[in-house]
Design a protein around this ligand. Structure first.
Ligand code: SF4
Ligand code: FE
Length: 479
């Protein structure tokens, strides 16, 4: 079924029920499960807003395969303009949700595979690229939501995949058959997995000869036999059904991540896009990482815009907005937000054409964009908490505000400036609590790879030797 509206999307989730567990129990219907609803709502915005004429240009594109209008989340970037529009789209969607709308991971998986399968076929004479194009056509036509399955649990980090005591800590092929492969292992932290249709398994790191079984890229429907999802807990997740105490009751906190287990899952060859080509795993991982890191100044920049707005509102509601130090701190938040956004635009603007014909962002600047986020978002959140005050951590609940016994006290003592209700003040403080709390910040640190993985890329790409030569020349050092 082609998904166009939010209703279509939710209907497809209802029609396909993967095996999902949350807090030790099987989820009966993922499409209405309270812990998932905010994440479903956030992902649904990628469908809904694509229908609005004012967002059509950002949220849709022309398929280079069929020529049809498709979701930009299923598009293969055909120009620098496409790369820039992706970042602009993410900032806009973050304005609408103040959360993570999850579909970028699948988009980045498709784009990284598109570039890489083309080159694998060139070198090895395989046929992954036409297979991927066929799969892509289906995804574009049906407008499915694809989760991107990169991160393996990895066990003992000092050991290679084949040296682990338990080999399943890295996802691997346990059997090759005439009609396909059997896959075992798991993918951790899978954004949006519980409300996706399929997951694209990718290798988690560069591999070497002897590790061919771990070199696997394949698309798996989440309802496939042997797939089990375990949904992760988030900060204050029990508040998801508690009105404004949830902070962002419609769209939740960041993506909603799951541990996805593959217990001997069969994948037919037409869904396999890399199998055993260890020489391309490092390239594929690097490209996926670059394409996902490109995003972070867009989505986190957009989330920060809402956070700045909430901080200014909190200051206005408590009468401190006119103080010079508050104005100065808001300016600092604005500066940091535009800085993270600038790097995402820059890596897109300096992107280029690959051998496959698809466009790819500048990798050094994309890593810089994500690395900025691991720092700036913490500073932005710190300033927000500074301005909002201690009430952020001690605020009574909505139930207390509504209580026939103590509601009058909450109303009276939570009051700020005249003309603004205590309820409005409490709502904005809850939003700030949600956006600057545990899960939201950890996502900025580790989503799209931990900061160390970006620092490794600086060492590889930033040409330190060349900079030393420049200095020598200017200092007129001959040796
Ligand atoms: Fe997209 Fe940002 Fe969520 Fe990653 S964290 S999936 S880039 S919205
Ligand atoms: Fe993320």
């Amino acid at each position: 079924m082609k998904i166009t509206t939010k209703q279509d999307y939710v209907e497809t989730l209802r029609a396909q029920q993967p095996v999902i567990y949350f807090r030790g129990e099987r989820v009966p219907d993922r499409s209405t499960f309270a812990a998932f609803v905010p994440h479903i709502n956030a992902a649904a915005q990628t469908y809904e807003l694509a229908l609005a004429p004012e967002y059509e240009d950002l949220l849709t594109a022309r398929s280079h395969i069929s020529g049809n209008k498709i979701s930009r989340f299923t598009h293969i970037h055909q120009s620098v303009d496409d790369l820039i529009k992706k970042v602009q789209m993410l900032r806009m969607l973050a304005h609408a949700t103040a959360s993570c709308f999850q579909r970028c991971v699948g988009c980045d998986a498709l784009n990284s595979l598109y570039l890489t399968t083309y080159e694998i076929d060139e070198k090895h004479g395989t046929h992954y690229f036409p297979r991927l194009v066929k799969y892509l056509e289906k995804i574009q036509e049906e407008n499915w939501m694809l989760a991107g399955g990169m991160t393996d649990p990895k066990g003992d980090r000092s050991q290679r995949p084949s040296q682990q005591v338990d080999p399943d800590l890295f996802t691997h092929v346990v059997e090759k058959r005439a009609d396909g492969v059997v896959v075992r292992g798991a993918k951790a932290h899978q954004t949006g997995a519980v409300n996706s249709h399929e997951i694209m398994i990718l290798p988690t790191q560069a591999l070497q000869a002897g590790e061919e079984d771990y070199a696997i890229a394949a698309a798996v429907p989440l309802i496939e036999k042997g797939v089990t999802l375990i949904f992760g807990r988030q900060s204050n997740d029990e508040r998801k059904t508690e009105g404004f105490d949830a902070g962002n009751c419609e769209f939740g906190i960041v993506g909603g991540e799951a541990l996805v287990i593959f217990d001997d899952v069969f994948v037919p060859w037409e869904r396999v896009f890399l199998c055993g080509e260890v020489d391309f795993c490092g390239t594929l991982v690097e490209r996926f990482a670059t394409l996902h890191r490109q995003n972070y100044g867009g989505c986190k920049g957009g989330v920060s815009d809402v956070l700045i707005g909430a901080t200014a509102l909190a200051a206005q509601y408590q009468g401190s907005i006119g103080a010079s130090h508050i104005k100065d701190k808001l300016v600092e938040m604005l500066h940091l937000t535009e800085t993270v956004y600038a790097a995402s635009i820059a890596c897109s603007a300096l992107g280029g054409k690959t051998r496959s014909g698809a466009y790819y962002p500048d990798p050094l600047l994309a890593n810089c964009a994500k690395h900025n986020v691991t720092r700036a978002i913490y500073e932005i959140a710190r300033i927000a908490q500074d301005i909002a005050g201690g009430l952020l951590a001690t605020l009574p609940s909505q139930a207390d505000l509504n209580s026939p016994d103590v509601g009058k006290y909450v109303e009276k003592y939570m009051k700020g400036v005249a003309g603004v209700s205590s309820e409005s003040r409490m709502k904005v403080l809850r939003l700030l609590e949600n956006m600057t709390g545990g899960t939201a910040l950890v996502e900025s640190m580790h989503g799209a790879g931990s900061p160390q993985s970006q620092r490794i890329m600086y060492q590889r790409l930033a040409k330190l030797e060349q900079k030393m030569k420049m200095a020598k020349k200017i200092a007129q050092i001959e040796e």
